[in-house]
Design a protein. Structure first.
Length: 501
């Protein structure tokens, strides 16, 4: 049974319920409760101080910028903002937090009861799905553990290294309510939600939301149930780190759980790990027994109580949201809802807009990103935004095409070199000698050589069989290594033979 037919079989028998817990690192200059740098990277354990290391006598202080960013996030997600909330200590014994507890929010989040609408292309055209938000709460990120041996996991590792640079960075968790009614589109809805959330955070300017650097991470919850039965037991796939992987994780878990349920096995409530190379998930740790984190109010921090005036002032700073921006761009570019959603699904919208803003025509920008670059991204099994080509590169190439120095075909070769890491557009052109052969003398010499090698073709052309010219044009392109302008070669050929096309 193919994967497609297997998935269709699952949909025919089960209803999926999904939920998404998304962690977003804020782009503040300092950490959540101290003045240490929140910059990504740095030598291990250099962005630390007594507060984020939990040393005796140190006292945390709330980062006002982080609170403001969280309120703006909540407003953009149509949430209610709490007039009073507080932090709590989440106690656990694991070395990624030197204090042995994490400062988080428990039953009193800053933002709650919101929603985010996402659009998914269905068999009946683009359809809007409303994803309800349970809560948006503040906490501090944990440190980073590196396990040596054991294929990077703690099981089988010989030893572990810990870097506390990330510990204490402002981390916002956006938790959805259970998402139902998505049917066969559950994987696409999950991907679309994370993509929309990412674009919204970028528009707000609160985070760079780079999944490859861990500033946006997603935990994917999935359960299945048959019609008329209670919701099934859910699993939680942890730290999925790309949009494509969010979709694959949902699909993989739906297939796996369906197989188990059909065979009479019980679904275990557990965390699972997603494997990029296979698209499968494997068991992590059981969560069937409620974990007792012994939450209690953080005694060293005062409650957060944003005034109504402050909240309304922050509301005035909200930018144009992605959904409104898409409508504006759709109308400006004169494309359909379906075409716009296709650009969004391909991850090309922001890249196309940036390329147009750089000075490239809308048609050319769409051509490159949805054509050649989409093909390359698919071959490399990566996202479009992961490609190293820039809007400035595309502008440079388009200028050379307009001046006649490059053809579309040669331009593709230039971009292949840029994407291979061979240097800038100019460097690739110079190194490979890729400019168009436009000298009439060189082209006529190539035409004469091609005619000499195929003497019968000239007579066919003169007798009215114009289509035979293709053989000569092709031969000239081969002689010039594809760097001749085919239209110019054709015109020179007819002129030399005294033929009118």
């Amino acid at each position: 049974m193919t994967t497609t037919s297997a998935f269709e079989s699952v949909i025919g028998e089960f209803d999926p319920i999904i939920g998404l817990e998304t962690h977003i690192e804020l782009g503040t200059n300092s950490k959540m409760f101290c003045s240490c740098s929140a910059e990504f990277g740095g030598d291990p354990n250099t962005h630390v101080c007594p507060v984020c290391l939990g040393l005796p006598g140190s006292m945390p202080v709330v980062n006002r910028a982080a609170v403001e960013s969280t309120i703006r996030m909540g407003l953009a997600l149509n949430c209610s903002i709490a007039s009073w909330c507080r932090f709590a200590r989440k106690n656990y014994f694991y070395p990624d937090m030197p204090k042995d507890y994490q400062i988080s929010q428990y039953d009193e989040p800053l933002c709650f009861d919101g929603y985010l609408d996402v659009t998914v292309v269905t068999d009946d055209g683009p359809q809007i799905f409303r994803v309800e938000i349970e809560r948006v709460h503040m906490e501090e990120d944990t440190g980073k553990l590196t396990h040596a041996g054991g294929a990077g996991r703690i099981h089988g590792a010989t030893h572990s290294l810990v870097d506390y640079n990330r510990a204490g960075i402002p981390l916002i968790e956006v938790v959805t309510k259970p998402i139902t009614g998505t049917g066969r589109y559950a994987p696409e809805v999950a991907k679309a939600y994370v993509a929309e959330l990412r674009d919204l955070m970028r528009a707000l300017g609160v985070s760079d939301v780079r999944m490859e650097e861990g500033s946006l991470r997603c935990d994917v919850n999935v359960s299945l149930s048959r019609d008329g039965e209670p919701w099934g037991t859910r699993t939680e796939t942890k730290n999925v780190n790309s949009l494509r992987s969010v979709e694959r994780a949902v699909r993989s878990e739906m297939l796996r759980q369906a197989d188990q349920l059909r065979s009479g096995e019980r679904i275990i409530q557990e965390t699972r790990h997603f494997h990029e190379e296979t698209g499968d998930t494997t068991s992590g740790r059981s969560k069937e027994q409620a974990e007792d984190y012994r939450y209690f109010p953080e005694p060293d921090l005062v409650p957060v109580a944003p005034s109504a005036e402050w909240i309304e002032q922050l509301r005035t700073t909200l930018p144009e949201v992605p959904s409104v921006r898409r409508v504006r761009l759709r109308d400006s570019w004169g494309i359909s809802d379906f075409e716009m959603q296709s650009l969004v699904n391909a991850g090309a919208l922001n890249l196309i807009e940036s390329t147009i803003n750089a000075g490239v025509s809308e048609q050319a920008a769409r051509k490159w990103w949805t054509g050649e670059f989409s093909r390359i991204a698919k071959e490399r099994d990566c996202e479009l935004e992961d490609l190293s080509v820039t809007p400035a590169d595309i502008l440079e190439v388009e200028i050379l095409i307009a001046s006649g120095d490059l053809t579309d075909k040669i331009a593709r070769t230039v971009f292949e070199g840029v994407l291979a890491g061979d240097g800038s557009v100019t460097a690739v052109i110079d190194a490979r000698g890729l400019k168009v052969v436009s000298d009439d003398g060189a082209l006529l010499a190539a035409i004469e050589q091609a005619l000499a090698e195929q003497p019968d073709v000239a007579e066919k052309i003169k007798s009215g069989k114009i289509q035979a010219a293709g053989a000569i044009v092709g031969a000239v392109m081969k002689l010039t290594k594809g760097q001749a302008d085919a239209a110019k070669v054709r015109a020179l050929l007819f002129e030399q033979l005294g033929v009118t096309e």
